[in-house]
Ligand binder design. Structure first.
Ligand code: BG6
Length: 524
């Protein structure tokens, strides 16, 4: 049995508290490479539109969608108008949508052709139409990261970093496919651009609930002192999804797998935020310095650790939400003999003063029981179990039903934070049971939460790199993953690929990472 108490935020009655609105001040041109792609339609343009409706864009902002297909400005705007209506978070008026699409131009070009970049330069030099500050958003396949940055520089589209006008380059994931390729890519990019001009995106950092981890930890006094090995039994992070390989995603996913697609970036970033030391301030470098230190302290697994502490699996055919779904290997654009993992679970350790000896469990997978991204901090049991037993019928009964204290950040869906603690159930006995304090975003704040891409685009446009990954962070994250990927590649036969049924929480082997019966994955 568990009692539940909700609690409400008291601080944000917007009618009484006037929080200054954040808006982008600098006029600018945003060039999107991959301008006809899925991310542009589903995320980037709807995010810019939401910012426009909310009055966050500068008066002069022009978007240039760079793509290979044949469109005129008008036909492209018409199509994007429909896409924005489909994917918008914030509903504006017809006039607002008409005004917004007028900010979008189409540019037909080839990503690997010098001439396209020369023509782009000629267009962008028209300062009457295109404000000189420039964001270049690389929403393209990773194979194009190097050629596009090279051609941008050759065409003179990047200003030196110390000029009053600025240029910024946003790079989507995946950033490299292992340590060496990420290093080489960083090396290439930093030969052409200054680190201050580079924005490596991890969209999880743009989620409200992810940023809230930092305020929860560092704007309160009562939790931070117990975030350490003396009190914490273990930490676990789950990012499960029900989606499979819809819309031809298999072609990309099969070259990546869950380790590269989710664990190396999103999940490690979540782990950093929940375990990092308090930064000396909220500047981009202060925050990123602390995140790098955590990544550098994660114990790099040896071959034997990979066997014992990392579980990989692939989904078989089965049923999900009452529908038949194919096995991964029978998905569209996935090779029939693929051994790519669609699930991974791992146990890590952070070898630093604060977290020494505290196991960290991480898991992610496709086609699982439900969509859940959460972080749970499980605390140790009190040193002595005073309320374990009670006298009953001239004997002693075991009453140990209380769970350890659990603090859970529900990143998505049902965004919120909950804390489990023990309370006495009213009775003549000393019966202890589990209760829950729950904070829920939907109940406390009106409207939808801003999309991650709104926040991240706004930060790029304002020049704030706090929520973007620095080159040393990327290196440090790959350093942890590299031996695992190598072991899987080289010792395939000795490290099994497990299988799991769709709609489950993955293979049993993932449960066996826990070495104590009181421990296990929290399916919140
Ligand atoms: C992307 C991955 O980065 O994140 C996808 O490439 C995954 O495979 C997605 O589905 C999950 O993002 P979200 O925001 O829906 O949790």
């Amino acid at each position: 049995m568990s009692a539940k108490v909700n609690f409400h935020s008291s601080a944000t009655d917007s009618s009484t508290t006037r929080i200054p609105d954040v808006r982008v001040e600098d006029s600018q041109t945003v060039v999107i490479f991959g301008g006809t792609g899925d991310l542009t339609r589903r995320k980037l343009l709807p995010a810019l539109y939401a910012m426009d409706v909310e009055g966050r864009l500068p008066e002069r902002l022009q978007v240039v969608a760079f793509g290979r297909r044949d469109y005129t400005h008008e036909t492209f705007r018409e199509e994007m108008r429909e896409e924005i209506s489909r994917f918008q978070r914030v509903e504006g008026s017809e006039e607002q949508l008409t005004a917004f699409v007028q900010r979008i131009d189409y540019f037909k070009g080839e990503l690997d052709e010098d001439d396209s970049f020369r023509r782009l330069r000629v267009d962008l030099d028209d300062e009457k139409r295109y404000p000189p500050n420039r964001v270049f958003y690389l929403s393209v396949a990773p194979a194009f990261f190097e050629p596009v940055t090279e051609k941008l520089t050759q065409a003179g589209l990047i200003y030196p970093p110390d000029e009053p006008v600025w240029s910024r380059v946003v790079i989507e994931k995946p950033f490299g496919r292992d340590f060496d390729s990420a290093r080489a890519l960083n090396h290439h990019i930093l030969r052409l651009l200054d680190e201050s001009q580079v924005y490596r995106i991890d969209h999880y950092l743009g989620k409200e609930t992810v940023q809230n981890i930092l305020s929860f930890r560092f704007a309160n006094t009562i939790f931070e002192p117990v975030f350490k090995s003396a009190y914490v039994d273990h930490i676990q992070v789950t990012a499960s999804e029900t989606v499979g390989m819809e819309s031809g995603r298999g072609a990309y996913f099969d070259t990546a797998g869950s380790m590269r697609d989710m664990m190396q970036n999103h999940i490690l970033q979540l782990l950093c935020l929940v375990t990092m030391e308090p930064p000396s301030g909220f500047s981009s470098d202060a925050v990123r310095n602390e995140k790098v230190k955590v990544l550098q302290s994660i114990r790099v697994p040896k071959l034997d650790d990979v066997r014992k502490q990392v579980v990989r699996a692939q989904y078989a055919a089965g049923q999900l939400k009452g529908k038949n779904v194919p096995a991964y290997v029978n998905e569209d654009r996935v090779p029939g003999d693929s051994r790519t993992e669609t699930f991974v679970a791992a146990k890590f350790f952070i070898d630093n003063w604060r977290w020494s000896g505290v196991p960290i469990y991480l898991r992610t997978g496709k086609r699982m029981a439900r969509k859940q991204t959460s972080i749970t901090v499980q605390f140790k049991k009190p040193p002595m179990e005073l309320f374990r037993t009670v006298e009953c019928e001239n004997d002693v009964c075991d009453l140990t039903h209380s769970r350890p204290n659990l603090l859970t950040f529900r990143i998505q869906p049902d965004e919120g934070i909950s804390l489990h603690f023990a309370t006495k159930r009213p009775s003549m006995h000393m019966v202890v049971e589990d209760s829950e304090l729950d904070f829920n975003y939907a109940e406390n704040y009106q409207g939808t939460l801003p999309e991650a891409y709104e926040r991240l685009l706004m930060d790029v446009m304002r020049g704030d790199a706090t929520l973007f990954m620095r080159s040393d962070e990327v290196d440090a994250a790959w350093r942890i993953m590299d031996p695992i990927l190598r072991a899987w590649r080289e010792r395939d036969a000795r490290i099994p690929l497990h299988f799991y049924a769709p709609g489950t929480w993955g293979p049993i082997a993932a449960d066996e990472l826990f070495d104590h019966e009181l421990h296990g994955w929290q399916n919140v």
